[in-house]
Design a protein around this ligand. Sequence first.
Ligand SMILES: [Zn+2]
Ligand SMILES: [Zn+2]
Length: 1205
Amino acid sequence: MAPGKTAPRLLQDLLTYDPCREDRAGRNLLTSAPPEYTPSRNGIPAVPRGNCRHALVRKEEQSLLPVAGDNHGPVYKVASYCPQCRWHIDVIVEFKDQDSSSQICGRQSDYPLHHFVYDSDNKKEINGLGAQQAPRTFSFHCTAPACPTSVRIDLRPPRFTEHDQELMMNKAQLRRRFERARELIGEREGETMSRSVDGPDFLDTFLRDSLNPAPGKTRVPLLNRKFAKTFWRDCDSILTKLGFEYTLEENEEENGPDVEAWHLPRPGEQQDVFQSTLRTTVQDARYELNTMILAVPENERQNVRHQPMYPVPSQGDIEMVLACHDYEKVAGRTRSTSTTEEDHPHFASLGAVGDFADTLIHFAYQRQSIVDKVNAPYYLECFQEIANGRNSESLQFEVAMITSKDIPNRRELEAAYRSIGLDPAHGPTFSDRFIIDQARSRLPDISPTQRDELRRNLQLIGNSRESEEIRREAMEDIDTYEEALSWLELDQSQADDFVRTMFTIKTQDNPSSIEIARRAVSIIAEHRNSDRLRQFLLEGTMTEPERDLSEAYALFEISSMSDRQNVDLSVLQSSMLVAPPSDIAKLEKAFTLIQQDQLQNYNNKEERPKESGSRVNDFPLETWPVGCRNNGNTCYLNSVLQFLFTIKPLRDLVLNFETYEQDPSPEALKNKKVGRAVVTPERVATAQNFVRELQRLFQLMIRAPTDNVLPTKHLAELALCKTDSVETEAKAADAENQDHKDSPNGTGAALIKEGEPAVATNDTVMGEGDGTKNDDVKSDGSAQATEEHSESNDKPSPPTRPPPIPPRPKAQEQAKSKDEHIAESARQQDAAEVMGNILDLISCAIKGEGLLRDGEQADLIKDIFFSDVTIVRNTTNKIEKTQELRNHHLISAGGRDRHLYAALDDDFGQSEMEGGDSKYEYIAHPAPIQIVNVRRLQFNREKKQQVRDTAQLSLDDVLYLDRYLEATNTLSGDELLHLRQAQWAKQQELQRLAVRCKELQVTEIEGLNLADAVEETAKLTESFFAGIEQQMLDPLPAPPPEELPENLHERAKVLKGELEEIDASMTQLESDIDTVFKEYHDHGYRLHAIFVHRGGTGSGHYLIYIKDFQNNTWREYNDETVRPYSEQDIFRLGPGALAAGSTGIVFVKENRTDMLTEAVCRQPDAAAAETTMNETEHKDVEMTDLPASKTEYDGLEVIEGIEKA
Ligand SMILES: [Zn+2]
Ligand SMILES: [Zn+2]
């Protein structure tokens, strides 16, 4: 569980939480825990400057407060208003399901204060534009076991916007109204214009009257002199919002013009303070008008009708309902509530405040470490620091009690992790087993003193994780083979079976020693490399005794001992392939024995190609790219890494990262934006970690003295985790499931999940009847942008991603092993998304070279991968354009075989949207590298599951982007648009056919189209008449008519014909569409890489095919295996074709291929053999002497796109 806050802390945070400035704080001050305190963060204020420090006052008529003597609900509400920011803030406390066992926290209880954890908010509904001004609701509940208290905090924005205020009070506007009123109603001697204060004052009077209706005071004629010169019709929106009703009334004078009038709002009686009604709206408005009026200098508001209201502060009420009005405070220190002074972050981390009495500090520490176990060492550190800071004997005593149990604080725990070579930041993600193995691997190389030290550290880790297994490991003394043998009273010559016997004897004597006995056997099993002992540990049984080794060799016709020295295991393996099937099992067993013997006695490892350092490919090392071994569940990561390696400027950037490195200080990051989000120092740190890790991998890919390398898990972790912290990642994944949207701009990384139903169903050709294809996916983003254009110019664009959240790298959930963690991240994403993520990470890690639109960082990554795309929307009366940077185009496979152009035409072409609007897109500035991602997963609504779309997308060696551009060398923008319009007309017909085609294709019966299904029915009916079924079924009440089968056959034929016909017409139309642009070939892009998925929806394997332009050859990269691939096969169609599994297709600008790509970059170096990267060493690996020389790419004119010839 996440950490919580005691009631006083929650209140203090509420008083500084400013929803308008949440983005600036980088976190929600109310619901999230503060970042862990580190001295380096010192000086960064916890509350951003400029936040409103609310001075809440009570809204009496909307509150439900405890009466004297009763303070247990069932529910209370303190309705408050802040005259500074004019927000309305309600605190609602509920005691749910109270019964006799309930115990509400409070001074008299065992739990002196509530300790609240955050449950949920309503943010999901209000992302996007205006989120800062949207109402917010946050829920919390108390963590004390028997406490039924929950708290809801509602924050509502002012009823009057800044704009409203301006409308009413701006002097220039008032003057205009004054002049207009004079024109319309006539001049009057000595009359002056309205004062700023008059609008709010009149409005307040109207509202007061509306709350206490009196005859003759229910309407205001528009031509009322005062009304006209103060409001005229300019303020209609304000009046309407407040419940005023506009009417046209017949003139009492005959034939006079109709009278325009406003009727005052008619709020009903308030039944219940929890309801939001017109009455509450009016009340709220009056509080705000009160504030506005009182803000006018006194001499400018003489003679107003308004009676000033001075509501009482409500903080005491809130303290009362949160049961923290009387908590015990430390002597000699008072907490100041209104100044900008802050408690030391240690207090905030414990969910405490600075004036807590010692006992409450202890209480807060206990609650926090119970509720958020993972971070308990950090809370201990906070507790210690406070105890020392206060120099409090009682607290120091409590600290001593804890530390005497060998429970570590954060510093000690981090030191402990480091002492066994682990990065403490990932501590919670390691499994116990992994930690133990890691510690064991260190034992053989260290002195006895160091060994004791290591055990002590392990003990600390075990205590902190409450892991019995680790604690035991720390206490026991069996580390070596010899110790294991001696514990079991064995000697080296005794066989595995005897090991088992001794195990049984020992554990029968003393059942509590079973774990250590298992440990001893496990050490022996590893030392002897005995699968039988391993099996025994795992299953409690052992297979039959080992076949005699010489018998095993004899089966392969190896008889003499000397022959055993030169066994070529691959020869043995191939002889197994040709052996009679009846012998195979026997031979395999023998082979395993020989393999083991070879490894142990002859150090012959050649049979294990997956071990690092061995060869799997047959090509000269310096001419061939290295393969990447699979790291577990990171199926597509290798493809992405291989692809990135071939992009020469990117590779050089990574290899020379030091020259590009971003200064991570907060000042340097002030204006840095990547993916439209502000970049935090933590994010930069993660990103730089990633790039350094990638640098090591690239160096290894260049210099490895073998033909395959293993990317570290650390790299996978950094590449796959979208944010810095496990916690936010889980939340983000959650949020995406809720309302996953195609990111409207490509800089938001390729936020497309293939497995996402909401996206997958939006496919033109498969059109779920709405025919809007991607529009509803994108419309949300574009609509925002549009509103922005038409409405206001000074608002910043809303971020398309939630603001980065400061790191809490320690897992909040139960600890997962690193592997599980990576696997999970991998499942939630796909290659496209990871690629986007990596590009963003690199941008975060490097310095910018200037700013692009919206403050986005300009850099090499943007230069080579991001195209500038314009979306044109035609609405009834205007044309709107929005622009966005995209690192890829997303298309649908589309359910039927077609050319890539046809799919791209769908994406860029004109499409209808709701309300008769339409839109299309063009590329204003194409990047030199174009990535096209293919959506291959469809969500089948009938089956409620993902279906893989294996339609074949055919490709050519060159893709011409001409038709998708704004203009080309030969076509002006208008000419191009004209051609496209001709194309769209045909496309509309195509879409109509697609809908019909889909109807014919889809039936309830898997694998049958409608025609087939009807045909099957016909056959069934026939057999029914033939009497076969008759004996098996109960007689039908009415047998089907005899002519039915024939009719059905006939119908099936017709349907089949129709389907074929439609398919043919569609193909013809597509080809026609293509012809429109046949001759325009100015902007060619060469095919460079194809990402391919093989296998089903839930499983399968990713490969990548990459063109080596320098050697004019294609290769297939299948994890560690890299082999040549024929160009013919790249473009081949038919069963098993790449075209059916392509998930990503990459093109590179013609004539630039050599500058932008280089598939082979090798300098094998035997000295580098030492630096095989493995999990434990990744920190230590250091490669010097970079082989690659830095190349300048600054000359790339790519964001300009169309080259200047
Ligand atoms: Zn305020
Ligand atoms: Zn409580």
